[in-house]
Design a protein around this ligand. Structure first.
Ligand code: FES
Length: 313
């Protein structure tokens, strides 16, 4: 685990959208919580798992943290545990907030686009922007049939623009980009294809890279896979990796001290060198060349296609 865990109490549970639970987490001792940078996330121990979730509460509110969790039926069970097993009043272990997607300070206006649960990093932006009078607009792309998440979480109506489905957003995107004021920064969080579409449309219009920001949202949890063994070259230890656990979880239990941040294959923090074996890449961090070379792996989501993977750890 990348940060010390602190026990907190689930003070309240809400369901702001179908398959989404928002948890209000308060310190057990009633003490104050540290403020965090907008766009930060925390790790939560979910039964046997540790998952990372964006903080959706006000970064300056020292009384509680809040996270919104999408239930992923086909995942490894972390989000199912938070939905099905965790009840108000229970304790849960929470890591310290970590910043990975802070709003660009140079922006004169923020054009924010969050698709589905990819909306969540922007909810802490909103509290920060409102307090400081920072100019922004938040576009939430949600599926037809699924309720819009943000409407229930207090985003001021004039700032919030809802798009029912990717098609509706794609139709609105050219106008949003063409009418954006000078100095606008575009920040997108959602599925990779939607991010590529939005950033690609901005690039076609000549937006410089420095005004484009994104956080890829892979799907919360790596899917289960085939068991294999991992060999740690420095100690010679060889450990089994079960079908429903990640390589990162096994390496953490083994005390390797490997850092992690997103636990979704996007940040690059958990990168490990591969000495032997056939990595099965599920991340969105490594380049095609790095994947082809077979010399690195992101253990939070990636696995091994051969019986044994030897790591430079
Ligand atoms: S923890 Fe971010 S890529 Fe693995």
């Amino acid at each position: 685990m990348s940060a010390a865990m602190r026990p907190m109490r689930v003070a309240a549970v809400e369901e702001p959208a179908p398959r989404v639970r928002t948890l209000r987490l308060e310190p057990l001792d009633g003490g104050a919580l540290a403020p965090f940078a907008p766009g930060s996330h925390v790790e939560l121990r979910c039964g046997e798992r540790v998952n990372a979730y964006s903080l959706t509460s006000d970064p300056r509110d020292a009384t509680h943290y809040a996270v919104s969790v999408l239930r992923v039926a086909e995942g490894r069970g972390g989000s199912r545990w938070l939905h099905d097993a965790l009840a108000p009043g229970q304790e849960v272990e929470v890591g310290a907030p970590r910043s990975a997607f802070a709003p660009p300070a140079a922006a004169r206006h923020h054009l924010l686009v969050g698709a589905g649960i990819g909306l969540t990093p922007f909810l802490s932006y909103v509290a920060h922007f409102e307090r400081r009078g920072i100019s922004y607009e938040l576009h939430h792309v949600h599926r037809a049939g699924d309720g819009p998440h943000a409407a229930a979480l207090g985003v001021p109506a004039p700032r919030l623009h809802l798009h029912r489905g990717r098609g509706a957003f794609a139709a609105a995107l050219p106008r949003l980009l063409d009418e954006a004021a000078i100095g606008t920064h575009l920040s997108v969080c959602g599925p990779p294809a939607m991010i590529d579409e939005a950033l690609g449309a901005a690039r076609e219009r000549g937006w410089p890279e420095g005004r484009l920001h994104s956080e890829r949202f892979v799907g919360v949890e790596a899917p289960p896979g085939t068991p294999f063994r991992v060999r740690l070259a420095r100690s010679g230890a060889e450990l089994p990796v079960g079908a429903d656990e990640t390589l990162l979880e096994v390496l953490e239990r083994a005390g390797t001290g490997l850092p992690s941040l997103c636990r979704q294959g996007v940040c690059g923090e958990c990168r490990a060198g591969v000495l032997a074996g056939e990595p099965q890449h599920h991340d969105l961090y490594l380049s095609d060349e790095e994947r082809a070379s077979g010399t690195a792996i992101m253990p939070c989501v990636s696995r091994c296609a051969s019986p044994v993977l030897e790591l430079d750890l």
